[in-house]
Write a protein that binds this ligand. Structure first.
Ligand SMILES: Nc1ncnc2c1ncn2[C@@H]1O[C@H](COP(=O)(O)OP(=O)(O)OP(=O)(O)O)[C@@H](O)[C@H]1O
Ligand SMILES: [Mg+2]
Length: 239
């Protein structure tokens, strides 16, 4: 059974169909690439499966359970976590508290237990200086904090929405290795949205390609990247 599955998932914004009839699945331990030009619907798709937005039609199941209209807090409680393309650290909280938020709200942990697990996750991600204000963090540290916050939910399915954006190549390599390790060790299914194709090639076994809300191709990156519809989608976007 797939961890997460959608059938015919569709989201319209007053006339604009941002996600159109998308059927997909993600399996345990799989790192799936979600690619497509700007405005293809990638972030909207993640909003739909994480419960930030409700679909116009179609269905979403998590381990066989229908969660199509389940609220976001329920999805995060049962094991779906995500990072945000537009990062939003809680600036009046310290780094450690930002990470604890996930554990406190979605796992009902005591503050003490949440702090302990947040510290362990930050150590795993090599994120130090946990009593700093978030305004003191580098971009790499902010990205690590976002990943740590998502991991504090103890997810089975994790979506990373352009988590490498803004990182240099050494930092990107570091985050790629981290994502591979956490996915393997936790047997998590990870959905990765990235515009840098080197990252997708390195990190994913399978990709889905969205264009104007539609899933136009699926398969290993090496195959999909040669698909004429995919080439056209990217060239069309660049023209
Ligand atoms: N809340 C909204 N209201 C109206 N239109 C929206 C809303 N959110 C997204 N859209 C539109 O839906 C389409 C898909 O947007 P989305 O952000 O999902 O694309 P994306 O693939 O994540 O793009 P990018 O690569 O630039 O992040 C775009 O045309 C966008 O303008
Ligand atoms: Mg996006």
């Amino acid at each position: 059974m797939s961890k997460l599955e959608t059938v015919g998932l569709t989201k319209s914004f007053s006339g604009l169909v941002a996600v159109k009839d998308v059927s997909f699945h993600m399996d345990e331990g799989e790192i799936l690439g979600i690619i497509g030009p700007n405005g293809a619907g990638k972030t909207t798709f993640i909003h739909l499966v994480s419960g930030i937005l409700m679909p116009t039609s179609g269905s979403i199941t998590f381990k066989g359970r229908d969660i199509t209209y389940a609220p976001a807090h329920v999805r995060s409680r049962i094991g779906i976590a995500r990072t945000y393309q537009l990062i939003h650290p809680l600036e009046n909280l310290k780094v450690i508290e930002n990470v604890m938020v996930g554990a406190v709200f979605s796992k009902d942990k005591s503050l003490k237990a949440a702090r302990k697990s947040a510290e362990a996750i930050c150590a795993e991600l090599e994120l130090d200086g946990l009593n700093r204000d978030t305004t003191q963090l580098s971009i790499l540290e902010i990205k690590k904090m976002e990943i740590a916050r998502a991991l504090a939910n103890e997810p089975e399915v994790l979506f990373l929405d352009e988590v490498m954006a803004g990182l240099n190549s050494d930092e990107t390599k570091q985050v790629i290795a981290t994502v591979q390790r956490i996915a393997r060790e936790r047997k998590m299914a990870v959905g990765v949205v990235e515009h840098v194709m080197g990252v997708i090639r390195e990190l994913t076994e399978r990709v889905i390609v969205l264009e104007a809300g539609e899933l136009i191709a699926e398969g290993p990156y090496e195959t999909v990247s040669k698909d004429p519809r995919v080439v056209e989608a990217y060239l069309g976007g660049a023209a």
